[in-house]
Design a protein around this ligand. Structure first.
Ligand code: TZP
Ligand code: MG
Length: 238
């Protein structure tokens, strides 16, 4: 355990740098993830009303201008609901849309560069599948870790092999800096609790919400599962 640094236990709250957030249910969404005929903003708002506590805009092919337009539109809707908006991979879009944070993958910019680009007060997330990848990150610069794929997923072609809940557990116990871990990849209302039992603080979900007929109801089911599992963990039932 490190005693100094942004995430040190017992740190002085005056040094807290990121905006506060709860990773309980993290909707990750882009236009490619939607059912035919559904609308990105409507799905995001429905998911938030169903219980999503964080939203990430993940557009892999959009131009910067389009990304900024989508981000601004989402931010206008999410801000009054008190839900932070994170942008995948595009620091320029974070600044242009004044979004709440940035998420970077292993192949994106280094986390220190990302932190310098977005400043101290925005949320920074990074992806990792195992401790080897975690150790390559400057964790002091990062506010949460997206870990996975936990289960098989068709949403991200190059997601790599599923790490299973055991993989989450290895990260939880092996990490020297205790930042929140969010499981991602193939997560549904049926398996979300397994991620929490394995040490995740929340789950990130694409298709089980964005591809659902009723995204609000889908979010509510997953949120209920995560909340119940978090409470059980807190009270020592598992
Ligand atoms: N990173 C690792 S798996 C994944 C991302 C973005 C996709 C998760 O999508 P789904 O539909 O929730 O399995
Ligand atoms: Mg990326």
């Amino acid at each position: 355990m490190r005693w100094f640094g942004r995430h040190a236990r017992g740190r002085d709250r005056r040094f807290k740098t990121a905006r506060s957030f709860d990773p309980l249910l993290y909707l990750v969404i882009g236009t490619a993830d939607l059912r035919a005929g559904s609308d990105l903003e409507a799905v995001a708002v429905a998911a938030v009303r169903g219980g999503a506590s964080l939203v990430q805009l993940r557009e892999k092919t959009a131009s910067l201008q389009r990304m900024v337009e989508l981000a601004r539109a989402l931010k206008t809707l999410l801000q009054p609901l008190g839900v932070p908006l994170i942008i995948n991979d595009r620091a320029e879009a974070v600044l242009a849309a004044d979004a709440d944070g940035l998420h970077v993958g292993q192949e994106d910019m280094p986390v220190l560069a990302a932190r310098m680009a977005i400043g101290r007060h925005r949320i920074l997330g990074a992806s990792a599948a195992n401790l080897h990848e975690v150790r390559a990150l400057d964790l002091d610069a990062v506010d949460y870790l997206g870990a996975g794929p936990v289960f098989e997923t068709a949403t991200k072609a190059d997601a790599g092999e599923a790490i299973a809940p055991e993989g989450l557990w290895r990260l939880r116990v092996g990490m020297s800096v205790q930042i929140p871990i969010v499981g991602i990849g193939g997560i549904t209302a049926e398996n979300a609790a397994d991620c929490v039992k394995a040490g995740a603080d929340g789950v990130a979900v694409v298709s089980a919400i964005a591809g659902a007929e009723d995204p609000g109801a889908a979010a509510r089911h997953i949120r209920d599962a995560v909340e119940t599992a978090r409470e059980a963990r807190e009270f020592g039932e598992s």
